[in-house]
Design a protein around this ligand. Structure first.
Ligand code: F6P
Length: 540
């Protein structure tokens, strides 16, 4: 079966997996009791990242059914198509070559040559700013960089800059502004010295509402501070594929860093969209990030499917979504500096897999993307983990642990990792009614009291999770981790038979937003629903 014919037989293959699921009578506890060496068999590693997927509802026969399914989807061919630059984004007739952004060595394709040139431009610019040669309108060097962008032009660099805090260069602070809510920009600019501030207008399209409005307001802020129109070029650079629009805004041609149609917004942190990373953490750190991403690309391209980290993670997710009726997946990085990782992953996964038709436009007869959510551990334990442990839904979890301490407080790191292990353990093990009753009786409760209280204390357990162990939180390992999830999401798209590289759903909201804005102060068009009409009256 090829990718083109896949959806016709998808339903049958999924039905086979569902039948296998119904036959399963074992619990996760049983699996570990009957097979204590499970953790040695259900694991894999690559590029300094170790995946333990033994705490999942699967045995070798489950995995082999899932791998058969991947083969029947033509997964290997689809991976080759992605990496070779075929038009995998079939609704927009273009490739998705984010892997070319992190190529290593000598450029060998037209895309890689363009990337090499752009990297050189970034390197020169970063050096100019760091050395103090780049001057603002008063002749002073730059100390603050404000990245104005949203979605993929914000979330990736914002998350990486926070994750790599120990790499941050002295003398430069990088800020991020995304929201159309003016409070975002004005709170960020409050207290910043205009003469030492540089703006990056990061927008692939250079037409996104939020970025356009924030950039215009920032421009005005500079003018109000005394910067002349002719000096604005010293304070604004852009990253965009829309050179004309960036120039119209007033950005000098030599200060526009290219973007290409073959890079999707949510896959773009490796391009010049990563300029804030280079400015905040240094160009070497940015290059190491690329190298880590490339190492994961190599693994994805060459590792056998049964050891391939992104493939295994996508198959496990697919298994729960299709056969266990799960609707969400939680991601729990046990690292304060990865606090923004779930937000980055949300766009990557939900914008890619939130589709209702297959690659040919036929309605899907099975569920597609899940709700992705989460927060940094151990904070989540004291808010939503209650629902993970005792709620009625099974929510598969990805735990991310960093082996080396990320601060000098090594004792706290041992606690952090203990929390991480204990949470996946608690999800797996739970506490039976019988165990809860016995525990209460041991604490001195009467038989009757223990009976009444035990249902509240029992924890269902049998809830699955993956644990990723990342060797250390440095640029290289972070790059590998991000590329791992990118390839997991791509593989998810292949298994679902959908195009993970478009996002047409976002467009309707954008169009209606402009229509509502145009109606302010006037009369709402007659075809509007009553609620929207009333809200327009109430709000304006
Ligand atoms: O929200 C839709 C979207 O197109 C994202 O895919 C993209 O990352 C974001 O808007 C920003 O787009 P741009 O970089 O063109 O401003």
């Amino acid at each position: 079966m090829t990718a083109d014919t896949m959806p016709a037989s998808h339903t049958a293959a999924i039905a086979q997996l569902q039948a296998h699921q119904r036959e399963q009578k074992w619990s996760l506890r049983d699996l570990f009791e009957t097979s204590p060496d499970r953790a040695d068999r259900f694991c894999s590693n690559a590029a300094g990242i170790y995946l333990d997927y033994s705490k999942n509802h699967l045995r070798e026969d489950t995995l082999s059914l899932l791998l058969d399914y991947a083969e029947s989807c033509g997964l290997q061919q689809q991976i080759e198509a992605l990496l070779s630059g075929a038009n995998v984004n079939n609704t927009e007739h273009r490739p998705a070559l984010h892997t070319a952004l992190r190529f290593q060595g000598t450029p060998s394709t037209e895309h890689e040559r363009a990337v090499a040139e752009c990297r050189e431009q970034m390197r020169r610019f970063t050096r100019e700013v760091h050395s103090g040669n780049w001057r603002g309108y008063t002749g002073e060097p730059i100390h603050h960089v404000v990245n104005i962008g949203i979605g993929g032009s914000d979330l990736g660099p914002r998350m990486v800059v926070e994750a790599l805090r120990p790499w941050q260069k002295e003398g430069i602070t990088v800020h991020f502004v995304a929201n159309i809510d003016g409070a975002d920009l004005s709170d960020t600019l409050a207290g910043l010295p205009p003469q030492n501030t540089l703006f990056i207008v990061a927008s692939k399209s250079f037409s996104t509402l939020e970025t356009r409005e924030n950039a215009m307001s920032a421009r005005q802020w500079m003018l109000d501070a005394g910067c002349a129109e002719s000096q604005l070029a010293q304070h604004f650079v852009a990253v965009s594929s829309n050179i004309v629009a960036a120039e119209d805004f007033g950005i000098a041609a030599e200060n526009i860093f290219p973007m290409w149609s073959w890079v999707g917004g949510r896959y773009s942190l490796w391009s010049a969209i990563g300029l804030p990373i280079a400015l905040a953490c240094g160009f070497e750190a940015y290059e190491q990030l690329l190298a880590g991403g490339h190492a994961m690309d190599q693994h994805f391209a060459t590792a056998p499917m049964e050891q391939n980290l992104p493939v295994l993670m996508a198959l496990i997710h697919f298994w729960y979504r299709q056969c266990w009726d799960t609707t969400s997946q939680v991601v729990l990085p046990y690292a304060q500096r990865l606090a923004k990782f779930p937000a980055w992953l949300q766009q990557l996964d939900m914008e890619s897999l939130g589709k209702s038709v297959d690659r040919e436009g036929q309605p899907l007869h099975y569920p597609s993307g899940s709700v992705i959510w989460g927060t940094e551990g151990s904070n989540g334990q004291h808010s939503f983990h209650q629902l993970l442990h005792q709620g009625t839904d099974m929510i598969p979890a990805d735990f991310i642990a960093i082996r080396e301490p990320t601060s000098e407080l090594a004792g706290q790191h041992r606690w952090l990792l203990s929390c991480c292990i204990s949470q996946s353990q608690a999800l797996l093990r739970g506490k039976s009614l019988h165990e809860a009753r016995r525990e209460l009786e041991e604490q001195g409760y009467t038989h009757r009291e223990a009976h009444a209280l035990a249902p509240h204390k029992a924890v269902p357990g049998n809830r699955p999770s993956n644990t990723l162990v990342v060797e250390r939180l440095d640029p290289r390992h972070l790059g590998a981790l991000l590329a791992l999830y990118e390839h997991k999401v791509f593989t998810g798209g292949c298994l679902l038979g959908i195009n993970p590289f478009d996002q047409w759903g976002v467009e309707l909201g954008k169009l209606l937003g402009a229509e509502v804005h145009a109606a302010i102060g006037g009369k709402a068009p007659g075809d509007w629903d009553g609620s929207s009409k009333k809200l327009l009256e109430l709000l304006f």
